[in-house]
Write a protein that binds this ligand. Sequence first.
Ligand code: SF4
Ligand code: SF4
Length: 326
Amino acid sequence: MNRNWLHILRRTTQIFFILLIILAPALDILRIDTDTRSLIVFGHEWSIGLKEGFSVDPSLENASHVAWRFFLKALLPWIIVLSVFPILGALTGRFFCGWFCPEGALFELFDFLTVKIFGRRSLLGKKPNDPGISAQNRAPYVILALLCMIAIPFLMGVALTGYFVNPRTIWGQIMNWEFTFGVKTGIIGVSIYIFISAMIVRHTLCKYVCGAGLMQMLFGWASPLSVRIKTDPAKLAACTDCKGCEKVCFMNVKPRLLRKDINCVNCGECISACKKELGEEKAIFSFSQTRHCGLPGKEITKRPDDDSSLDLNKPMRNGHYEKTCS
Ligand code: SF4
Ligand code: SF4
C-alpha cells in the first residue's frame, strides 16, 4: 500500500468515527434520556425488566430468573464495555488511538494548524520531533484556526450533551437561543474541556491521562500478540538518516529505536514517511506482532559495510548505530 493509501485510510476511519460519535445520540444509537431516566440503545429502551422484582413471585424459580436477568442486562454489558480497551490493547496495541479516537484526530488537526502558523506542533514550545518547516503564508491557516477554535468546541459540546439530554430538546433550545441550566452547563463544560485539551494539552493527555489509552498501553506492552511497528534490521543500512519517520510522529516516538515505545499509537505515518524516502522495497518499518524488537540475533546487528554494533537507543552517528537489543 503506498504512502497516500495508508494515510487516506487512517483519515477515513478517523472521520467515520467522529461522525459516529456526533450522530449516535441524534440517531438514538446510544444515549441516556434524563426525562424518562432510561438508557436508549439502538432505538430501544434498555431495561433490566425487573421493575416488579420479587414482589410478583417470591419463589426460588423466580429468584434465579431475576438473578440471571440482572447478570445479562446489568453486569454483562459493563463487563463487555470495560474489557473492550484491554482486549484491543492486547491485540492491536494503541491502534484505536491512532486510527479511531476522535480526540486524537482533533489534536492532529490542531497540530497541523500550529505547524502551518508557528512552524512547530505545540503552542508551548519546540518538541524534538517537530517537522522543522518554516511557517509561511499564514493568513488562511490563522483564519481556519480561529474558526476551528470556536466551532469545534461548541459542536462537540452540543454533540456530547446529546448523550444525556434528548438531542431534539437541545436543537429546539439552540433555535430559540434559550437554554435550560443542564443543557447550558453541558455545552459550556464540554466546550471548555475541548478547547483547553486541543489548544494546550493535546497528546500529553493521550500519554498520561486518557484511561482508554492507558489500558491499551498497559495490555499492549504486556501482550506478546499486540501489533507494533517493527524495524527491519536487515534494511537499516539503507537508512539515509533523513529523520522523516521522526518528524511525522506526533507522539514524539523515535521509531528507529528497537525497543518498544509504549507511546506509539500504531498510526503508520513513519511507515509511509520511510516508503516515501526509500521506496516500497527498501522501507525499514512495517506493522508486526514481534514480541520485543526487530533484532532476532547478534549477527544481524552488524551493518554490512561497518563493523560497529548497532545502538538504536541512540541517534544515528557517523552513519551507523550502536547497541544490541535485549
Ligand atoms: S512511531 Fe510511527 S506508528 Fe508509532 S506513533 Fe510514531 S509515527 Fe505513528
Ligand atoms: S524515514 Fe526511513 S530513511 Fe528516513 S530516517 Fe527514518 S528510517 Fe531512515
